[in-house]
Design a protein around this ligand. Sequence first.
Ligand code: NDP
Length: 296
Amino acid sequence: MTTIIDGNEVASEVRGELEGAIGTLADRGVTPGLATVLVGDDPASETYVNMKQRDCEEVGIEGIHVDLPGDASSEELYDTIEELNADPEVHGYLVQDPVPNQIDYREVIRRIDPAKDVDGFHPENVGRLVAGDARFKPCTPHGIQKLFEAYDVETEGADVTVVGRSDIVGKPMANLLLQKAEGGNATVTVCHSRTEDLAAKTRNADVVIVASGVTELVDGSMLSEGATVIDVGISRVDADNEKGYELVGDVEFESAKEVAGAITPVPGGVGPMTRAMLLYNTVKAASEAEDVPVEL
Ligand code: NDP
C-alpha cells in the first residue's frame, strides 16, 4: 500500500505547536508581525499573499500587507523595504516573487534586514544555511524535512535525487540534505535542465524530490520500487471546472503511486507545509528580536 503523505495534517500539527510559542510571546506582550509586499496584480501571487495573510490571522500573527502598483519603481520598493526594516512591529516580511521586470529582485533581497528575512533568501542567510548554521531555513525545503520527520522517512545514508536547482527550492533542499545533522546525511544528486538521462538519476534514488515547474515530468517508470516521492510542483492548467483551472504537480501521480512507497499529492502535499513554515520562521524572528525564548 502506498502511503499518501498528508501535508494538510502535518501542517496543522506544526501550526498547533506554534500556538504554544505564540502564547508564550503574548504573555510577554509580543504579537509576532509578518508583512507581505506585492508589486503588481499577478493573480497567482495575489492568491499566495492572501493565503499567507489568512494563515497569520488564524494563528494569532499580526498580518500587514503592502500593495504597490505594477509600474512601481525600484526606489519606491526600496523605500517600503526601509520602512519595514525599521518597523519594530514587523518581525518578518517578504516581497512576493515574481516582481515586475523593472525591478532587480536580487537587489531587493539584499536590502531586506537578514533578521527579518523569513523566506531565508538574503545572501547572509543563504551563507549561514550552507555553513550548517541556518537562521531561517527556506520554507519549502524546511517543510519537506518536517514531512520526512512526520512519516519517518530516513535521509541518513539514503540516495536522494533533487530535480531542480532553484534558489528557493532545489539548492537549499540539496544543502539541507547534505548537512551533517538530523534530516541530512543523505547522498544527494541534483538535476536540472541540462542533466542527461534524468530517469537514471531518479531511478537510482530512495527519495525523489521534484521541483522543476514542468508538469508531470517524472512518472512511475522513472522511479524505483518503494521510493518516497515529494512533488513540489504547482502549475495551473486550464480545466473545465468552476475555477477554470486545476493544479498539477511535476509528478504523474497515477503512475508514480503504483511504484512509490510514499508520495505527496498536489494539492495537499508540500504546499501547506511551505505556508506553515513561513509562520514558524515569523515566530522564530519575533522570539529572537524580542529576546523571548520559545520552544520551536
Ligand atoms: P524554477 O523555475 O526557479 O526552477 C526549476 C528548476 O527545474 C530549474 O533548476 C530547472 O533547470 C529545472 N528543470 C526545468 N526543466 C527540467 C527538466 N526537463 N529536467 C530537469 N530539470 C529541469 O522553479 P522553482 O524551484 O521556483 O519551482 C518549481 C516548481 O515548484 C514550480 O511549479 C513552482 O510553482 C513550485 N513551487 C511550489 C512550492 C510549494 O510550496 N509547493 C513552493 C515553491 C515552488 P535549470 O536551472 O537548468 O533551468
